[in-house]
Design a protein around this ligand. Structure first.
Ligand SMILES: *[C@@H]1O[C@H](CO)[C@@H](O)[C@H](O)[C@H]1NC(C)=O
Ligand SMILES: *[C@@H]1O[C@H](CO)[C@@H](O)[C@H](O)[C@H]1NC(C)=O
Ligand SMILES: *[C@@H]1O[C@H](CO)[C@@H](O)[C@H](O)[C@H]1NC(C)=O
Ligand SMILES: *[C@@H]1O[C@H](CO)[C@@H](O)[C@H](O)[C@H]1NC(C)=O
Length: 485
């Protein structure tokens, strides 16, 4: 459905930062739809228009015409209906004036009923007959200019101009007399042509109003997980240039139904990295603040806590396993099971750099001893884990891998005496490198499926990280018609 892909595929900006534009008036996610992408959108729109503009009924036409020999004949054409419109060639251009769509070669098939009656001096009664006809319209031209603006966070689509011109019409009668055929041709061709020329722009206008209503009704916030929602409010007017349509959305995560947690994010100049060489339909740029806002939502919701009670080497979760490293622990709680209570202690620092995303995660590790009926916290180790993540898109899945860059540990408090921190660090670091990260990497290598959107999905997507921005360049294809491109 073009009407649903349009606003979605349509995700940009015009940074006329006049005087003081507040920082949250800038988008953290920007989408640049290239000519190739616009061409794809146009084809979708045309395909949609071909089916949604028909059947289109035109007003009935009545006329009295003079036929040689017979005299004056009253002819009524009713149920004149455009049944099918087929577009053979079209172009779409963007620029200062808006979006200009030109359909230069369209054909249409119409059906109608005809009826005539006349009186003649030859017969005492009036003569009448009726039947139907098919009409072919060739070389129809349609031109429209659309404007796309942002009002109150939604896209507003309006029709600035629309015209239709019919080049050639041919009528084929079913039944009827041959004189009627000639009469119809002579007297009605023009009228039917102008009825089409009137009706098509009207119907297009209605369709644009509907499409606009749909754009307006799009939610300004989309739930991403059960606690986080992405702000998809459009900021700034779309920028239309000869080579692209650029859109910008707020793009920050917030806890569901709450306004963004903070506004101290600061977006720097948009990076100019380009997908042009790759010749992709759309370029979506995500600022690192999008990741920061997402992690902030999870942090504030206290979702960054995990209890670890199973590890590949289960002996590590028994005081006996730590006998030689923390003798006092074993002495106080011999052969007790333990678990680790991990919690992120302050907001992770996330930085998007060249080809990788760096994250510094401050993590408190509380060692719990499981006594008969109690969980006894015995020590807390503060750690800072520095990792770098690289992401890739393969097929329709987002995959990645994490590398441990650095680990620092310090003892926050302890009920089991002093711990040998350098020993603990070695053990933790080895555990992370040999057990935890390989496990996470295995999960990441299987990837996360990128959901399709109303039947369309990314194709041949590439992901690149540059200074502060994650850039995804992709084509878009229908899930069922992968050969479309
Ligand atoms: C519609 O019109 C075209 C020519 O304009 C013709 O080739 C085609 O057969 C017609 N289709 C139908 C279903 O009448
Ligand atoms: C048109 O008329 C023919 C007979 O003249 C008839 O078979 C046909 O069903 C009619 N079509 C419509 C759409 O009324
Ligand atoms: C979403 O973003 C817009 C524009 O930046 C902002 O005005 C609005 O308050 C944000 N909404 C929420 C729920 O944060
Ligand atoms: C884990 O530790 C945090 C503080 O470090 C504490 O708030 C939380 O209650 C603990 N969770 C469990 C299940 O013990």
């Amino acid at each position: 459905m073009a009407s649903s892909i349009f606003p979605s595929a349509v995700l940009f900006l015009l940074t006329f930062s006049y005087i003081h534009v507040q920082s949250h008036e800038e988008g953290y996610i920007a989408a640049e739809i290239s000519n190739k992408g616009l061409e794809f959108l146009k084809d979708l729109l045309i395909e949609k228009a071909e089916s949604s503009l028909v059947p289109l009924e035109l007003p009935r036409i009545e006329k009295s015409i003079k036929i040689p020999v017979i005299g004056s004949v009253q002819i009524v054409l009713s149920k004149i209906t455009v049944e099918r419109i087929h577009v053979t060639s079209s172009t779409m251009k963007t620029g200062d004036n808006g979006i200009v769509i030109d359909v230069s070669g369209a054909t249409a098939n119409l059906t109608m009923n005809w009826k005539y009656s006349y009186r003649t001096w030859l017969l005492p009664i009036s003569v009448s007959d009726k039947g139907n006809a098919t009409i072919q319209v060739e070389g129809m031209e349609v031109g429209l200019t659309l404007s796309l603006k942002t009002t109150e966070g939604s896209l507003k689509l309006s029709l600035l101009e629309c015209g239709c011109y019919v080049n050639d019409i041919s009528i084929k009668l079913n039944g009827g007399a041959s004189w009627l055929y000639q009469g119809l041709l002579d007297a009605f061709e023009g009228k039917i042509g102008s009825a089409v020329e009137d009706a098509v722009p009207k119907k297009i206008k209605d369709a644009i109003v509907k499409l606009d209503a749909l754009l307006q009704s799009l939610p300004k916030e989309v739930p991403v997980t059960n606690i986080a929602a992405l702000n998809v409010t459009f900021v700034n007017d779309p920028e239309l240039t000869e080579s692209s349509l650029d859109l910008e959305i707020d793009g920050l995560f917030s806890a569901k139904h709450q306004s963004a947690l903070s506004s101290h994010y600061n977006r720097l100049l948009q990076d100019s990295s380009s997908c042009k060489e790759a010749d992709k339909m759309v370029k979506i740029s995500l600022h690192e603040d999008v990741l920061k806002s997402a992690s902030s939502v999870y942090f504030e919701a206290r979702k960054m806590q995990w209890i670890v009670d199973k590890v590949p080497d289960q002996s590590l979760l028994n005081t006996a396993g730590w006998r030689f490293i923390i003798p006092k622990l074993y002495k106080m709680y011999p052969n007790h099971d333990m678990n680790l209570n991990l919690s992120v202690s302050s907001l992770p620092v996330i930085k998007v750099g060249k080809q990788q995303i760096k994250a510094k995660v401050p993590l408190d590790v509380v060692i719990d001893v499981l006594d008969v009926e109690e969980v006894i916290p015995v020590a807390c180790i503060s750690t800072v884990i520095s990792t770098s993540l690289s992401a890739e898109i393969s097929g329709n899945a987002l995959t990645g891998s994490v590398k441990l860059n650095d680990l620092t540990v310090s003892l926050k408090w302890s009920k089991i005496g002093d711990l040998h921190m350098h020993l603990i660090q070695t053990v933790l670091s080895t555990t992370l490198r040999t057990l935890v990260l390989p496990y996470i990497n295995l999960k990441l290598s299987r990837g996360f499926h990128i959901p399709d959107f109303h039947g369309y999905e990314l194709q041949d997507a590439q992901i690149l990280c540059t200074d502060s921005w994650i850039v995804i360049c992709s084509n878009v294809a229908s899930v069922n018609q992968l050969s479309l491109i």
